[in-house]
Design a protein around this ligand. Structure first.
Ligand code: NDP
Length: 449
């Protein structure tokens, strides 16, 4: 296994995030390989860590002043053993091939856990939509799709949103795909309701995170009711995580963006959350403006020099990181433990560093890893694809009840897989093992392709 890891490291030494994601999976699937010598003979680790296809392309676009920019586009089609590639698009200046490969790799296991037939992929661009006009975002999306359309399709690869890609971007991307291909198909998920979207898709990731946290608490005879929660981010996942915590009787005291965070001891209730939605989704403002509206809340500017994020040091019972990768480091994890947090349930992808996860494990926290806890988003994307294929729409109650059922099933799958390999209660091991075994068996069924 070390040989495989060092080969990946030597081939792509700059792909640190990808290596981090691979390392985490490999460490936990070691007993599976020991029990199944056929997996080793068939080089499944080497095969599953190499993308089936990587598309890297130029995205030229013009800003409102007539200046030409050249962004970089990516689509990593990681694994299609159990279904068409499925995974979001991220538009953020920090996007690199390493980030997209790590996200695509995680997506393979996550999609496998959902019980639906979806392979794993991810894409995006280093384009920064922040501060850009609607016209600039539209022209960028059109240029991006002018290349991407060759590589995707409803039975090939179905992208969705992620950081920086919400309803507006999905609309522009879909419009361009339709024009180029002259077909109206379910090629993207996260669409508007009027043209093929699914009810509950915007809510699905955040709601799913809280359903998963509730399953974890229920397993130890506890519940989310009355719990104080630290939530980071203020985008799609953070907003609906906050909404569902409120609905289930919990209290959210923090939200953030890349500039800083707010702490509202009285709790961010439904009215205040309505303000945040308006602020972030419509006005595209900054979270610091929350304190102008609610002066009892306190805003703290982000400070990278500090070496930790004070958001994670507030007294609470639960933490739901919903912003970005590696946002909880070892010191943050220590602060969380000190602050009384007993459950960490990940809304963002890979928000905890390996050092932070070690602390969670040593301290016996309930730790719900992202590939299980945030799978609700892609699960409802899968349900959107099913509705598109049938050309009908299910009612809200039906989609939410299916989401709840899927999160319950993912929880059971994690618990059972971990127990089968003697790692009771280890959700990270359970998620990795269950996701891995299903994909690998499908790969072996389909031969050396
Ligand atoms: P949004 O773009 O809606 O929101 C992202 C939030 O995170 C914003 O508040 C943003 O702040 C903050 N953020 C982004 N990058 C950084 C950074 N480098 N440092 C600090 N804060 C940052 O994205 P989503 O809510 O959709 O995604 C959040 C996370 O959830 C990501 O990890 C994504 O991969 C994951 N996820 C999303 C799913 C979905 O359905 N949308 C599904 C599964 C996982 P700012 O406004 O300042 O950039």
């Amino acid at each position: 296994m070390e040989i495989i890891l060092s080969r990946i490291r030597d081939r792509d030494p700059e792909q640190k995030e990808f290596l981090q994601a691979v390392q985490e999976v490999m460490e936990t699937v070691r007993p599976v390989l020991e029990r199944n010598p056929e997996y080793r003979k068939q080089a499944v680790l080497e095969r599953i860590t190499e993308p089936e296809r990587v598309v890297l392309f130029r995205v030229p676009w013009m800003d409102d002043q007539g200046q030409v920019h050249v962004s970089r586009g990516f689509r990593v089609q990681m694994n299609s053993a159990i279904g068409p590639y499925k995974g979001g698009l991220r538009f953020h200046p920090s996007v690199t091939l390493s980030i997209i490969k790590f996200l695509a790799f995680e997506q393979v296991f996550k999609n496998s856990l959902t019980t639906l037939h979806m392979g794993g992929g991810k894409g995006g661009s280093d384009f920064n939509p922040k501060g850009r006009s609607d016209g600039e975002v539209m022209r960028f999306c059109q240029s991006f799709m002018a290349e991407l359309h060759r590589h995707i399709g409803p039975d090939t690869d179905v992208p969705a949103g992620d950081i920086g890609v919400g309803a507006r971007e999905i609309g522009y991307l879909f419009g361009m795909y339709k024009k180029l291909r002259n077909e109206f198909t379910g090629v993207l998920t996260g669409k508007s309701l009027a043209w093929g979207g699914s009810l509950i898709r915007p809510e699905a990731t955040g709601y799913g995170v809280v359903y998963f946290a509730s399953e974890m608490l229920d397993h130890v005879d506890d519940s989310i009711e009355g719990k104080t929660c630290l939530v980071s981010g203020s985008g799609n996942v953070a907003q609906y995580t906050c909404e569902k915590i409120n609905q289930l009787g919990g209290r959210v005291v923090t939200l953030s963006d890349s500039s800083g965070y707010i702490y509202d001891e009285e709790g961010i209730d439904c009215d205040k959350l309505g303000f945040v939605k308006q602020l972030k989704n419509i006005r595209r403002g900054r979270i610091r403006e929350y304190c102008e509206q609610y002066p009892n809340a306190v805003y703290t500017e982000a400070d990278a020099e500090l070496g930790y994020n004070p958001l994670w040091a507030h007294k609470a019972d639960c933490a739901m990181p919903c912003a970005t990768q590696n946002e909880i480091n070892q010191q943050d994890a220590k602060n969380l433990v000190q602050a009384g947090v007993r459950l960490v349930c990940e809304g963002a992808n890979m928000p905890s560093t390996p050092g932070a996860i070690d602390i969670f494990m040593e301290e016996g926290l309930l730790y719900g890893p992202s590939k299980a806890a945030n799978a609700g988003g892609v699960a409802v994307s899968g349900l959107e694809m099913a509705q598109n294929s049938m050309r009908l729409s299910w009612p809200r109650e039906e989609v939410e009840s299916r989401l709840k059922q899927i999160m319950h099933s993912i929880h059971t799958t994690c618990i059972d897989a971990a127990a089968e390999y003697g790692m009771d209660g280890n959700y990270m091991a359970g998620a990795n093992i269950a996701g891995f075994v299903k994909v690998v068996n499908a790969m072996l069924d389909q031969g050396l392709v």
